[in-house]
Design a protein around this ligand. Structure first.
Ligand code: ADP
Ligand code: MG
Length: 243
């Protein structure tokens, strides 16, 4: 069976600093996997190696059966199937919400303006900001901006979504709206790899939780196991700090 994501013995060095020390992680199609762990443990680097925003030093990464670490791989084609949402929303400040969701559809997928607009409106509606099409990012709350960023990713019809701490930059009262959208996506069967500090979300939505520390996966299992009954002292000590 082909996994949505299959990471094998992934190592990443920045200079002399080995930040990923042999990661093995397979995500099945339709699965939601949450990655938790302390700051600096390599969570973002792992995500960025999946869509080759970072070049792995050693090891292999397969996305939907295609080895993206193969030097001959068509990286643009692979990336087109992967949506990514960051802590910082990275919207174009001079473009409306609608334009932000249209632009990559037109430039990358070569959709017509008309089609891109239809798809943009659908997705802005889906994430609950259908009434904000004409607003500039600066006129939106952080939670609304992040939902526009999610709509932008969804408009590209991704097969899988990578989320890197999507709610960490938000005021606490805005976190719930974004998590609700992510929960809905999960229920619709989207394959999702999510770095998060939201333990409630991980517990309720994730099929699996992966705890990383110091560039290795320390625990990997069902949420009830990893969060509810951790086996390793490193996991317990992390959870004591965040729960
Ligand atoms: P996390 O997301 O878990 O907080 P990161 O993957 O961002 O961890 O970082 C892991 C380690 O890699 C950290 O020590 C960080 O300083 C280092 N690092 C990340 N990106 C770079 C980079 N572009 N250049 C050098 N070091 C980096
Ligand atoms: Mg990070």
């Amino acid at each position: 069976m082909t996994h949505a994501i299959d990471v094998r013995d992934l190592h990443k060095y920045f200079g002399q600093n080995e930040v990923l020390k042999g990661i093995n992680l397979a995500v099945e199609t339709g699965q939601v996997v949450c990655v938790i762990g302390p700051s600096g443990s390599g969570k973002s680097t792992l995500l960025r190696c999946v869509n080759l925003l970072e070049q792995p030093t050693k090891g292999t990464v397969f996305v939907r059966g295609v080895e993206v670490t193969d030097p001959d791989a068509d990286i643009d084609a692979v990336r087109r199937h992967i949506g990514m949402v960051f802590q910082q929303f990275n919207l174009f400040p001079h473009m409306t919400a609608l334009q932000n969701v249209m632009i990559a559809q037109q430039r990358v997928l070569k959709r017509s303006k008309k089609e891109a607009e239809v798809v943009a409106r659908e997705n802005l509606e889906k994430v609950g900001v259908g009434d904000k099409c004409d607003a500039l990012p600066g006129q939106l709350s952080g939670g609304q901006q992040q939902r526009v960023a999610i709509a932008r990713a969804l408009a590209m019809n991704p097969d899988l979504m990578l989320f890197d701490e999507p709610t960490s930059a938000l005021d606490p009262e805005l976190v719930g709206d974004v998590l609700t959208v992510m929960r809905k996506l999960a229920e619709e069967g989207m394959t999702m790899l999510v770095v998060t500090h939201e333990m409630g979300f991980a517990r309720e939505v994730a099929d699996r939780v992966v705890f990383m520390d110091g560039g290795v996966i320390v625990e990997d299992g069902a949420p009830a196991q990893v969060i509810g009954d951790p086996q390793q002292e490193r996991t317990r000590s992390f959870l004591r700090r965040v729960l």
